[in-house]
Write a protein that binds this ligand. Sequence first.
Ligand code: UD1
Length: 419
Amino acid sequence: MEKLVIKGPTPLKGEVVINGAKNAAVAILPATLLIDGICTIDNLPNISDVNICCQILEALGAKITRNGKHSITVDSRNITTTKAPLDLTSKFRASYYVIGAMLSRMGEIEVGMPGGCKLGARPIDQHIKGFEALGAVVDTGKGVISAKADELVGNTIYMDVVSVGATINVMLSAVLAKGTTVIDNAAKEPHIVDVANFLNTMGADIRGAGTDMIKINGVEKLSGGATYSVVPDQIEAGTFMLAAVATKGDLLIKNCITKHLESITAKIIEVGGQVEDFGDSIRVYCDQRPKKASIKTLPYPGFPTDLQPQMGVVLSLADGTSTINESIWESRFQYTDELNKMGAKITAQGKSAFFEGVEKLYGAPVYSTDLRAGAALIIAGTAAEGITEVYNLEHIDRGYEDIEERFRSIGADIKRISE
Ligand code: UD1
């Protein structure tokens, strides 16, 4: 078993370079299945979710060539099966993108029920609604999803909830469909725009990504052979921004799109942090105890749920009582029990949590309950006095590349130990 041992407190200072977005990468890689050709994806984060994604593509017959740490070439000319390995697909959430892509390319697919972080119920009814509206027959039984379509025909789909996954998945299934598909009440996250840009680079005709109405004019074939670079990770950038505030540090966060960070910037300023925006980099610093705030997580451009635990660390240390309302996931406050072990005073009730700010956190053994909770605990350990041991690192390694080296490079006293 591995753990991270962090000795704090350390104000994080220096520069950090943001990697490509995990949530874009795990959609773009399955999207390559739509291409009867070879394409190269650059700026991929080197994380375990990307590795699992590649293993699934390989199991379906695609050839994967690694061109160094952040670039992969996918040759999808020879898809050999429509049954994705259940053990791999049920390991992570984004395996559901294989359904949209393979339905489009091969007319059928079988995958395991998607896994991923345990954040409460994670239904996929809107994905299925979209596939069925295009003419697919979908069956979900015994932990397996199978989908089949003799022909996919464009349709108008109103999403009953704003869903990142369903928006991307319906987009994937509609790219080669006959006629026009309209996704109404679509999600607007930066990675949705990135997936649409990738597909358009390959010859798709998708318009309106980034708004709540996306129009996909089906094309007969996508061209292969192009190279695409994944958008910088908004959540990783936000994680380091909040780490700067929680540790009273000063970080220059490079290779990000600051437009994607506006909701985070606004909240950092509200709690007393300073932000300098340079367009493709952002400086965040804080030399005072954070002030209290109220946060409500919302779909983009609102405050992202995936930065809620990291913001929770800042509010644990704030002057006064803060509240967070989580409107996306029903069980996203499991990390608060861990922060309370470190001296925080948080009361979580259903989808709300109340943070009675404390002046200091203290090191303790803590368990990462999901990916972003893990990032929050690393930030807390860096801000806290004494030794923090963070366990369950497999969650963190799913989504953050070289996390301890990157924290160490900005001053953290952190090491990974195998027990
Ligand atoms: C994606 C992100 C995840 C992030 C989430 C919200 C990936 C791989 N993961 O997850 O990190 O926390 O967006 O920004 O990109 N819902 C339904 N029916 C559906 C689909 C979703 O009711 O068919 C509900 C969910 O329960 C949730 C809300 O819609 O309450 C948003 O979920 P969604 O945007 O789909 O999240 P994911 O795509 O799974």
